[in-house]
Design a protein around this ligand. Structure first.
Ligand SMILES: Cc1cc2nc3c(=O)[nH]c(=O)nc-3n(C[C@H](O)[C@H](O)[C@H](O)COP(=O)(O)O)c2cc1C
Length: 340
């Protein structure tokens, strides 16, 4: 069983959503190992890429292990977006993804992110230029519309289709909603039914069961899972099992301990120890949600400055995860702000 998503053949249709400050190269490698069907970088400024700022250029790096890997860009200037796409192509990424969903004021006020979808005609021109500037596929990620009275995703999808965009991912909220309310999967399903290019659905998939159910009910070509994967990093392999009609493997303390070791190895390769520590603390806080003692554990780890002590503490905590997890935590809202 495999799926064809545009030109890419994937093992299954469950994909890690791009998240700023989170889907960096080591986490993408980890999630490919944990079976996200492909990975996408966090958003990177196309304007920033025109200057050789090391921090921006570092964000463009990826490891061979990540393939299939896409790099996401944002910006409002067509020329800079095309140049950025060409840089990404030269570096060998498999596709370039344009962020058209970012609701953040600083970005939309410059005309980038979700602001670009307000004028589908201008968007179509920009997308045509972008698609013709590179040979690799161009994909886009949008919201349902600017606000409830202007949900124009269909017009944007039509503009994308005419321009030769490879697929459209839809986060089922408007820009005005930010992260409040719920993703409107009926709307996503309606967009899918009316589209001729692949549509990826996204929003509020917190369990593997839900990911499979939404995929099947709304007949989308694939789903993106963001925050759900931060609380359950095994969600992709579990969803794949359910999708294939197999019983998913319930994660064990050994799975978490093995995951922590891989985290340590991959983040250690990419970052100096103190920076790795900052990243790892965040992940530990997310992974621990719902396990007995998670609140005390979180308080503790944010006060530990020494990486060795932090790892020991984490190992001790997850060795006890066989005590069971309160899975109602998985659907409680968290991280209610982001760039898409
Ligand atoms: C912390 C955070 C950062 C995000 N950064 C990006 C980003 O860089 N690019 C993007 O397209 N979407 C970004 N998003 C949006 C997610 O890709 C996704 O659309 C959104 O979280 C809804 O999916 P979920 O409910 O599965 O998390 C971000 C979301 C969060 C929570």
């Amino acid at each position: 069983m495999a799926v064809q998503l545009g030109k890419f053949q994937l093992e299954h249709p469950f994909i890690l959503a791009p998240m700023a400050g989170i889907t960096n190269s080591p986490f993408r490698r980890l999630m490919r190992r944990k079976k996200s069907a492909l990975v996408i970088s966090e958003l990177i400024s196309a304007n920033g890429m025109q200057y050789t700022i090391k921090r921006t250029l570092d964000l463009l790096s990826f490891h061979e292990e990540e393939r299939v890997v896409g790099i996401q860009i944002f910006g409002e200037n067509t020329e800079n977006l095309c140049k950025a796409a060409q840089m990404i192509e030269q570096r060998g990424a498999d596709f370039v993804d344009l962020n058209l969903g970012c609701p953040v004021h600083k970005i939309v006020q410059k005309g980038a992110g979700s602001a670009l979808c307000r004028n589908p005609i201008a968007l179509g021109k920009l997308l045509s230029a972008l698609v013709s500037s590179v040979k690799i596929p161009v994909t886009i990620k949008i919201r349902t519309g600017w606000d409830q009275t202007s949900r124009n995703a269909l017009e944007c999808i039509q503009a994308a289709t005419d321009a030769g965009v490879h697929w459209v991912a839809i986060h089922g909220r408007t820009r005005a909603q930010g992260y409040s309310g719920l993703a409107d999967w009926d709307f996503i399903g309606e967009m899918k039914a009316k589209s001729t290019i692949p549509i990826l659905g996204n929003g509020d998939l917190t369990t593997a069961e839900m990911a499979v159910e939404r995929l099947r009910t709304y007949k989308v070509d694939a789903v993106l899972i963001g925050r759900g994967a931060l609380r359950n990093p095994f969600i992709f392999e579990q969803a794949e099992c359910i999708w294939k009609g197999l019983k998913p493997h319930a994660s064990t303390p050994e799975d978490y301990l093995a995951l922590l070791n891989e985290h340590r190895e991959l983040f250690g390769e990419s970052f100096p120890p103190q920076i790795a520590l900052l990243h790892v603390r965040k992940f530990l806080a997310w992974y621990s949600s719902g396990f007995p003692g998670c609140h005390e554990f979180r308080k503790k780890i944010f006060n530990i400055e020494e990486p060795e002590i932090l790892w020991k503490e984490a190992e001790g905590f997850f060795e006890l995860t066989s005590r069971g997890r309160d899975s109602s935590y998985l659907s409680q809202p968290f991280l209610m702000g982001g760039h898409g």
